[in-house]
Ligand binder design. Structure first.
Ligand SMILES: Cc1ncc(COP(=O)(O)O)c(C=O)c1O
Length: 428
């Protein structure tokens, strides 16, 4: 699943000791495993190889330019949802034709940037957006390729906040209105509307959601083709799960088993937009214990990472396995919260930010912890650093990429100067 392992009681990222990395770079710090990123990308590609798909890594999940560059060199395209993400993809050396651009509220500026860059596919989320793109394309004499993001009304059984393909979410166009969008747009317009896009939500552990959604999309495509529309692209989106406790995600073969037979002979170019599946288990957050205290009958471990660095527990109630980096006698064999050691102590692992919602775990049984200990927060490669904020004027942490026995800084720790860099500092 990844290359974070305990050796002689100390957590290692590939060949590097996490304790040494924390010593060298300070804490909190994000550490990524290059081997895990590559391995996950290769496995994803291998599972779906029969479709010869375009795999567009979803930048929103993990946006560091060096990580994007690594995946680009591995053969990845990119899924972007903003002008900023497009900028990152281009900085990473992406071929614009291998970029897909989604997003429910693209501005005219962002659409113009996409046209100027020549992105391969614009995923359109409303009639209004299609009209705006059409006008911009005519002005520029451009002929962009586009897909319509449809809302197939399928429940992916995931968190309400990350459910995106069910009726009454803001994303895409309802499936029953989709054919009319194509008809109204017509086959000869400036925008070449040639595909259908879905993204059901994330993380999705029930592969039958993809089967249901694809069947509905294929029915739509049959209808459109019978009316003369040349539909040649399907973008299946992202969202397939990752292992947070080591067991919850079905294997990629289960995902492929529902998708490949449906699309094998469909005469469609197939695009995938995985993010979490590739990045989630490729990163950890290292944090140091500042204080341990008792309050109201509970034990608190106050660490130097917070909801600023990792908001997922506060935002979604997400589970992340946490364990001491130096754990002789307590090496965990799994990533489940319930560990088989006799002397564990239940702690709330919390950060220094002035919010009661600032926690990384609640009532988590850990080996006895003291001031100065290092903890690792696992599965922190996706939707982690990308959501980091500077709340309470806390500089964002650095990111380090490990490759075998070598490590390199791929984003430096922010400074106090960075905190105020965009502000007007002179007096009146
Ligand atoms: C349109 C789209 N594609 C792909 C993704 C990536 O999802 P995941 O990281 O779960 O694979 C998202 C995530 O929100 C998305 O909105």
């Amino acid at each position: 699943m990844d290359f974070f392992t305990f050796r002689n009681g100390v957590l290692h990222c590939e060949e590097r000791s996490a304790a040494e990395l924390a010593g060298a770079y300070g804490t909190p710090v994000y550490v990524y495993s290059q081997r895990t990123l590559c391995d996950h990308f290769d496995r994803f590609r291998a599972a779906l190889a029969e479709l010869d798909p375009l795999i567009c890594f979803s930048i929103k999940s993990c946006q560091n330019v060096q990580i994007c560059r690594l995946l680009r060199e591995r053969g990845s395209g990119f899924d972007v949802v903003s002008g900023g993400e497009l900028h990152r993809a281009l900085l990473a050396g992406a071929d614009p034709q291998r970029i897909v651009f989604a997003g429910v509220g693209k501005t005219e500026q962002e659409l113009t940037e996409a046209l100027d860059a020549g992105v391969g596919l614009l995923n359109i989320e409303s009639e209004s957006e299609l009209d705006v793109l059409e006008a911009l394309a005519r002005d520029k004499g451009a002929q962009p390729n586009a897909a319509l993001r449809v809302n197939p009304d399928v429940d992916p059984h995931t968190h309400e906040y990350t459910t995106t393909g069910k009726k009454q979410t803001k994303f895409g166009v309802d499936l029953d209105r989709a054919a009319d969008v194509f008809r109204r747009h017509g086959p000869d317009a400036a925008v070449n509307l040639r595909g259908v896009h879905i993204h059901l939500g994330s993380p999705v552990y029930d592969v039958s959601a993809y089967a249901e959604a694809l069947d509905r999309c294929l029915e739509l495509i049959t209808t459109l083709r019978s009316e003369g529309f040349a539909i040649d692209t399907i973008d299946v989106g992202g969202g397939f799960g990752a292992h947070y406790d080591g067991s919850e995600s079905p294997p990629l073969t289960a995902y492929a088993d529902v998708i490949v037979p449906r699309l094998r002979d469909a005469g469609l170019r197939v695009i995938f937009e995985p993010g979490r599946t590739i990045a989630a288990n490729a990163g950890i957050l290292l944090t140091r214990v500042l204080h341990v205290k008792k309050s109201g009958g509970r034990r608190f471990v106050i660490v130097d990472a917070s909801m600023n660095e990792l908001v997922r527990p506060a935002l979604y109630g997400a589970y992340h396995f946490i364990w001491p980096v130096t754990a002789a006698g307590h090496e965990p064999q799994t990533r489940v919260a319930d560990q088989p050691f006799k002397d564990l102590v239940p702690y709330d692992v919390v950060g220094p930010v002035c919010e009661s919602g600032d926690f990384l775990a609640k009532q988590r049984a850990l080996p006895p912890v003291q001031r100065g200990d290092l903890l690792a927060v696992f599965s922190a490669g996706a939707y982690a650093m990308v959501m980091a904020s500077q709340y309470n004027s806390r500089p964002r942490p650095p990111e380090v990429l490990v490759d075998g026995a070598t490590d390199r800084l791929i984003r430096r720790r922010e400074t106090y100067e960075d905190l105020v860099a965009a502000e007007e500092l002179s007096g009146t």
